[in-house]
Design a protein around this ligand. Structure first.
Ligand code: FO1
Length: 318
């Protein structure tokens, strides 16, 4: 079975561990969000691609869900000693090596998709990890601070500001001119099922869908598209998805996110048991819906969720 998963960072990566366990024979292609990418110290950092690669490759810092395990921060300290910032983004020594190799390869003319393939040769994530695009797309967030409106890089909004100020708008800068990376449209066209994991619907899955051609390819794939709600009991399970959902005028509820993707895209939607009350509302919107436990507390829980998503896809296909 060929499965395509649109993934952001932590939530997507954790779900993928369960999907691999639920469907060990499946050929899984991950279309990764690159809108979170940031250029720091002359290096290109790809948080969401690295989180998937490290999580599935066994190198992730488990509690954080990002960055490497057994990390040290000597380079970061030395940069700070030179007064070279930003200090608010925690890049570890081991992680720096990934960004040095990536930046070196890009400088030598390799596209991000080739670089990602090369990095994954070491990590063996057990999935094919494709960036959504080889073109530069960077999400910026429009905020109002000290009486002035300004756009800040997504990482500054997310990490330095901790999403403490309302997001007026979320702008995937460059998306309109970006092309799907090689293999993305082919993987979608060849998929037996397409999954939207519990990633951020705006800055992760939304950014991937903003690359021209990807949303259309999914809508026209003619195979079940099943999603899992990142919102449980009207609040994001992790992260601050509610802050960016508000920016795009979407209520922070499991039903509102399903409606946001729309029945033109989604065939099935899994909500948590606490949101069982919305199943009827989602089904009325033309999207098959089931309520199951959605907390990815451990591998067993995540494997069950993945199995339920694949079962729902088969129910939809029938
Ligand atoms: N998130 C934080 O909350 N604080 C950090 O200092 C931080 C550093 C960091 C370094 C590399 C990397 O790949 C991710 C990092 N993240 C950090 C997480 C990152 O902001 C998010 O994982 C994604 O951008 C959102 O999914």
């Amino acid at each position: 079975m060929r499965i395509v998963v649109l993934a952001g960072g932590i939530g997507g990566a954790r779900f993928l561990r369960g999907l691999k366990a639920a469907a060990p024979e499946a050929e899984i292609t991950v279309v990764g969000n690159t809108g979170d990418d940031i250029h720091l110290f002359g290096l290109k950092v790809c948080p969401d691609l690295d989180t998937v690669m490290y999580t599935l490759g066994g190198g992730i810092h488990e509690e954080q869900g990002w960055g490497r395990a057994d990390e040290t921060f000597t380079v970061k300290e030395e940069l700070a000693a030179y007064g070279v910032g930003p200090e608010w983004f925690g890049l570890g020594d081991r992680d720096f090596a990934t960004h040095i190799v990536r930046t070196q390869m890009i400088g030598a003319g390799y596209p991000l998709s080739a670089v990602t393939e090369a990095l994954c040769a070491r990590w063996q994530p057990g999935v094919r990890l494709l960036p959504m695009s080889d073109d530069r797309v960077e999400t910026h967030v429009l905020i109002e601070a000290d009486g002035e409106r300004k756009a800040v890089h997504f990482q500054e909004y997310w990490v330095r500001l901790r999403a403490s100020v309302p997001a007026q708008a979320v702008l995937p800068v460059g998306a309109e001119a970006a092309k799907p990376a090689p293999g993305v449209l082919e993987a979608i066209a060849a998929a037996d099922v397409i999954v939207f994991p519990p990633s951020n619907p705006v800055v992760s899955i939304g950014t991937i869908l903003a690359v021209p051609g990807i949303r259309e390819a999914i809508a026209e794939a003619g195979v079940p598209v099943v999603g899992l709600s990142p919102i449980v009991g009207d609040a994001p399970v992790r992260g601050m998805a509610d802050k960016v959902l508000a920016a795009v005028g979407v209520e922070s509820t499991a039903a509102a996110v399903a409606a946001h993707y729309g029945s033109g895209l989604l065939d099935g939607w899994l909500v948590d048991t606490v949101d069982a009350g919305v199943v009827g509302e989602v089904e009325a919107a033309g999207i098959r819906c089931r309520a199951i436990p959605l907390m990815m507390s451990d591998l067993d829980a995540t494997t069950r969720m993945a199995r339920e998503a694949l079962d729902l896809a088969e129910e939809v296909r029938a």
